[in-house]
Design a protein around this ligand. Structure first.
Ligand SMILES: Cc1ncc(COP(=O)(O)O)c(C=O)c1O
Length: 395
């Protein structure tokens, strides 16, 4: 269920001004928030090298700023590689973390110069035989996570026993398996899952050290760091305290890296949609918006997230209501059975914390236009350049 805040009408003025200038629907990106989230996570996990998961919000403006702050990048496709390459970010600052890849993908990454890849089974390991002198692999372990909103170990990751066998196979094939990785699931609210995964990897690293010629020198603790969609205060430093403790016990030859997406991108973007139609049906006031689950609210389907919403009206009375998207499909409902004041056509509905897995997975189903992304810059907002600047200059 989305949390919906009813704010006084005057508090919506800033959003109304943005819509007047840029149209509706909008996604307003605050790059400073991206950078402050990155800084917070760095402080919460000192000594960890971060690789921003580009998939969560793949926009050049924020990638450039993160790169300038020293952040590295987690890539999962040739498209993401092109984006980073266009920004002239050196390949040594990237890792390719998709556990399953076509050979074309591997070659695209190698052409760029990215040489760290992830595997979680023997078929995938064998794909690297032709490139064994050029790559270093991370072995992905799976740790199921009921505490995560998106359990990423259902689809990827091997068991600890399988990992031991894969490490031996890598050594036999002459392929350098240099590290272990895991992802305890996105929006994971229980740091205990990360601690268990770190501890299991720690044991494997020590066992491997006693028997193998080359030690495991990288532990990639993935992403999953949560943000407060439910409005409850959440301090990432406190959340990460048990993780810091678990990492402190690792042997000194192990470098720790992480691939956060949501924590960095999530709080940076605000969605603004307009009421374009109304109806009263089966006891509910229905409001039809110009953005919905096929657009910026796609994360409510794919990512199982409910964004905190805000409407602006001075009338004190509330009515059971529904907020629906603009497509002809009836799955396109953002919130049902929420108490709202009576809204009028043209009123705005604002979605907060809509940076991660929103614009990235929006479609133009029904050939409806996607939300325009505008960038907050020195108090003003300007349209987001869709390609990196150096490209645009050539035209
Ligand atoms: C391999 C990998 N790394 C990192 C991430 C980012 O995770 P999060 O956004 O939960 O931090 C994902 C998310 O799907 C992923 O699949």
């Amino acid at each position: 269920m989305n949390i919906v805040r009813n704010s006084p009408y005057r508090q919506g003025r800033r959003y109304r001004e943005l819509v007047k200038i840029h149209g509706s629907p909008l996604l307003v990106l605050n790059p400073l928030k991206v950078l402050s989230q990155y800084q917070e996570l760095r402080q919460a996990l000192p000594g960890v090298a971060f690789y921003y998961a580009v998939k969560s919000l793949p926009f050049p403006g924020i990638l450039r700023s993160l790169a300038d702050m020293g952040c590295n990048f987690d890539l999962a496709s040739a498209g993401e590689i092109r984006l980073i390459q266009d920004l002239q970010i050196p390949a040594r600052r990237t890792i390719h973390t998709h556990p399953i890849k076509h050979d074309d993908e591997i070659r695209a990454a190698l052409r760029y110069g990215c040489t760290t890849f992830v595997v979680d089974n023997s078929d995938e390991l064998l794909k690297f035989r032709p490139y064994r002198h050029r790559v270093g692999l991370l072995l992905r372990l799976g740790f199921r996570s009921p505490a995560a909103v998106v359990d990423l170990s259902k689809k990827f990751g091997c068991s600890v026993n399988e990992a031991t066998a894969l490490l031996s196979l890598g050594a036999k094939l002459g392929i350098h398996v240099k590290g272990l990785c895991f992802h305890v699931g996105s929006q994971c609210r229980d740091a205990g899952r990360q601690v268990e995964a770190i501890d299991a990897c720690h044991t494997l690293i020590r066992q491997h050290h006693d028997t193998a010629a080359t030690p495991i020198s990288i532990l990639d603790i993935g992403g999953g760091f949560p943000i407060a969609y439910d409005g409850k205060a959440m301090d990432i430093g406190t959340y990460c305290a048990p993780i810091r403790n678990a990492l402190a016990g690792l042997p000194s030859y192990v470098n720790v890296i992480a691939e956060p997406g949501r924590f960095i991108a999530g709080p940076s973007m605000t969605g603004i949609a307009s009421v374009i139609g109304k109806a009263h049906r089966e006891g509910l006031n229905w409001y039809y918006l110009d953005d919905g689950v096929y657009g910026s609210f796609s994360g409510q389907i794919y990512d199982h997230v409910r964004y905190p919403l805000e409407v602006f009206a001075d009338a004190p009375q509330r009515f059971p209501s529904a907020l629906a998207g603009p497509t002809c499909d009836s799955i396109d409902i953002i919130a049902e059975q929420v108490d709202l004041p009576e809204l009028q056509i043209g009123d705005l509905v604002v979605g907060h914390m809509m940076g991660a897995y929103t614009a990235a997975s929006a479609s133009d189903f029904n050939l409806l236009k996607k939300a325009k992304i505008v960038l907050l810059h020195g108090g003003a907002a300007r349209p987001m350049p869709s390609r990196p600047h150096h490209r645009e200059k050539r035209h």
